[in-house]
Design a protein around this ligand. Sequence first.
Ligand code: ADP
Ligand code: MG
Length: 708
Amino acid sequence: MFLRELTASLNHVKGAGPAKIKPLLSMGLHNIGRLLCHYPRYWEDRSRPVPLRDFEKGKVCTVVTVVNNVWVKLGRVETLKVYVKDGTAQAVLVCFNRPFLEKQLIPGNCYRMFGSFSYRYGELQSTSFEFEALRPDPETDFFRILPVYPLSAGLTQNYIRTLMRNALRQYAAPLENELPDLIVRRDGLLSKPDALCAMHFPKSVEELTLAKKTLIYEELFYLEIIVGKRFFERKSRGIGVGVPRNGAARNQAEDGGKNMTPLQKRLLERLPFALTKGQEGALRDINRDMDGAYPMARLLQGDVGSGKTLVSFLAALKVLDSGAQAAVMAPTELLAQQHADNAARLLEPLGVRVAFLAGNIKTAERNQLLKSLASGDTGIILGTHALFSKNVVYKKLSLVVIDEQHRFGVTQRQAILDKGERCDLLMMSATPIPRTLALTVFGDMDVSVIPDLPPGRKPIETHLARESNEKKVYDFVRRELGAGRQAYFVYPLIEAGEDGEDGELPLRTLKDAESMASRLASEVFPGIPLALIHSKIDDGQKKQIMESFRNGVTKILVATSVVEVGVDVPNATCMVIEHAERFGLAALHQLRGRVGRGEAQSFCFLVYSDELTEDGKHRLKVMLENRDGFVIAEEDLKLRGPGQIVGTEQSGYLKLGVADPVRDAVELARARADAFAILEADPDLLLPENLCVGEVLRRAPPFSDAGV
Ligand code: ADP
Ligand code: MG
């Protein structure tokens, strides 16, 4: 039996009364298997006795004899003091509000005790202590490494410890190993029963370390087995089946040639610039994938401004050359519209029919458009998630591009892929995904990275400014505007009095986009064309506002983080983010990436208020010191933990129990190598040494309730 097959109810565990089970159920511990995976939050090491004399070393764990009990007047109330000694020193236990201890701590008797002590008024004192009568009891919580569990209302550590001890005693021994024996032996890991027992009640620090190592490895191994299965299955879904050798390592079969199609060549000839090395490499990967036997599933990563859009258009052209259609999906209408405009500008001169589809397109226009999609007249369509609405039918969709992929869920992704047959998939992300996470969340995809920016870009100058110095920032921006440049001003709120997310600051001190737009227009930059944009403005108007900013009529765009993704106006050289401390690192990086898109020097001002939290301070410092999106993403990951990172919350992959893909990056890579090697050699897991893996997947698949 595997641990996850222990689905019997908790009633079967000795000592689990119906009333006591309730809070456990509410914590999701609805069966014995679940209970046994409820690992301690931390362990309190009481294993080594520390004599009273050594009190300064923190918590003291020792055997004491009660010397005498006295009642003394402390402040206004009578308080019990109990004098104790061990072989080394004497101390006093101050029993505030615990008069009943007089009957439990009896002079002359011996007790095991555990507490924190300090020197007060010339005495060694403790107000926080636990004790138990000294008797030969193997189940004592003293003098061992004690698990401390996450609790919920109605539970105590003692209860959950007792229950856990009983459950382990009743159920652990017959549990089967989930890791292949070869790996267990190679790494000197514990068997499953031993690992579980040691995780909850370790006999030593060493044993605990080994238990953690075993369970972490097991978790990562199955994560990568599942990722690997997807990877190999996708590969084998292709026509000329047969898994390519060493499928996990990519970019190997270099044909040297670029394999450009006629339309691709024509677009490149018309561009006023050459592709960067990174763009070329990515395009080569994509062309090779699309010529290959298997549908492409590639993640294109590149920092803000690295030119991913162009690469995706080139990919679309290859599809058009083969007589099929391509769809490019963006998360916001603003961005989709911008892509559509770009596509029209770049591709229509080549004779390609470009269309734009979003939720608010009027019926007549929409029907026309749908018809031309169904007939195949439209070659490339750009839009929002409206692209996969039910009534949208393609003649022959064979490439789906998803921009800013982290904004879309897995189901949405699948919905659009289902519009075609064996569709190639290209996902693009400008929120760089740390390598460690890329191995998990996107572990079944191929990855291309554009490491370089187009030439001639000057690094953006970033400055921090205190809110009280905002005038200097405004003066600076005024000079840039005078030189013909444009500027963004970004605020955390749309309108005054809107609720801030976390109440970090009193609301009245928060600036909002609406009030600031009128203040900037009337007081700070009078006479300079300024516009306001945020998510509550209707789509038609948004489009006009963006157009007018793009062609330079509007000079200042006051916004919320709606301008965070994708917006590309090369003449804008100033990005002013007020209350910058209230934005996350990913958002700050994206916002800053709105400038520095042309050849002129650009500037980013992070204006912060005086009441900075430690976290806020750290984020600003990271922004000041780094411009590489990958580094910033790693920092973000350190600050927030993997579960919070943009791009991962949708995935469900990261509902890990003991493992942490960042902390355990080395183990993760190792688990991945093991898992992929096993799957490559034995895709159906039929070899005797891999049988247990196949059995686990069949009988007790991990992560199954995370939707993986
Ligand atoms: P991303 O989506 O990767 O943030 P974009 O695709 O919006 O970046 O490109 C940023 C800007 O760089 C656009 O104005 C684009 O026209 C321009 N660009 C793209 N590739 C090149 C290149 N090879 N040389 C010069 N400019 C480029
Ligand atoms: Mg982009």
